[in-house]
Design a binder for this molecule. Structure first.
Ligand SMILES: [Zn+2]
Length: 246
């Protein structure tokens, strides 16, 4: 086969794989949106696919549910295979047969989303935020976390577990309108977003190289945990940021 033809086929396959991954992501989010739609509308207000900007940070949030019981921030993941990880670790592991892949800990990712949302909703400093990570049934969840990491089928049950009354009707309405007004999904440039994430990763790498905590700028020190040695922040317990050594 001529090399040009071969290259053509390879790029075709790569494009198809990329398209497939995008499609699967979209289907997963659709599935969650559909479920969220069945929540009692007098208690829960749902906004899907939100892009928020706070300073240099842009966060793309899959689903936000504003309820009598606080604000739920939901991150959906469409990985298959076994998903292993801990609450604090920087990366989780996806295992498919004997192949292992690293993925950034979605709990940490969602904490970033929540911190952007908090900045955007600074006028409401007392709102409780609930982070939920949702995996489709393609994955087998094997994680040890205190944050809710659940299958799509468990999502509504998980949300309904929270019953402490926190927000008034007026607050709920105001927050809902505020988020809708700040949502920049219409002008959202995914390429730019990826760039800004890369810049953040670069900044983080530089900070770690200089032995500074990427979160608060304090010095980092080597700590010994039960299972591993890691870099911790000298500002602990005020800052709980850790960096796993691999
Ligand atoms: Zn720190």
């Amino acid at each position: 086969m001529p090399i040009v033809l071969l290259l053509f086929f390879i790029s075709l396959i790569v494009l198809f794989k990329l398209y497939q991954a995008d499609l699967k992501g979209a289907i997963g989010e659709q599935n969650v949106s559909l479920r969220l739609r069945s929540l009692d509308k007098s208690k829960y207000k749902v906004i899907n696919n939100v892009v928020l900007q706070a300073g240099e940070y842009t966060s793309q949030i899959d689903h936000i549910v504003i309820s009598d019981y606080g604000v739920f921030v939901i991150e959906t993941k469409n990985y298959k295979g076994w998903i292993l990880g801990h609450e604090q670790s920087e990366y989780w592991t996806q295992v498919i047969f004997k192949r292992k892949e690293k993925l950034y800990n979605p709990i940490r990712q969602n904490l970033g989303h929540i911190s952007t949302l908090k900045k955007c909703l600074a006028a409401y400093p007392t709102i409780p935020y609930h982070s939920i990570i949702v995996f489709s049934s393609r994955a087998t969840i094997k994680v040890t976390t205190t944050t809710d990491v659940v299958y799509t089928s468990q999502l509504l049950r998980t949300i309904k577990q929270y019953t402490n009354f926190n927000l008034t009707e007026q607050e709920k309405e105001n927050i809902f309108e505020a988020i809708k007004a700040m949502n920049s999904i219409a002008t959202y440039d995914k390429k730019k977003h990826v760039q800004s994430i890369q810049q953040r990763i670069e900044k983080r790498k530089n900070a770690i190289r200089d032995h500074k905590c990427p979160q608060c700028g304090s010095d980092l020190i080597l700590r010994k945990g039960k299972f591993s040695t890691f870099l911790g922040c000298t500002h602990y317990p005020k800052c709980t940021h850790t960096i796993q050594l691999q």
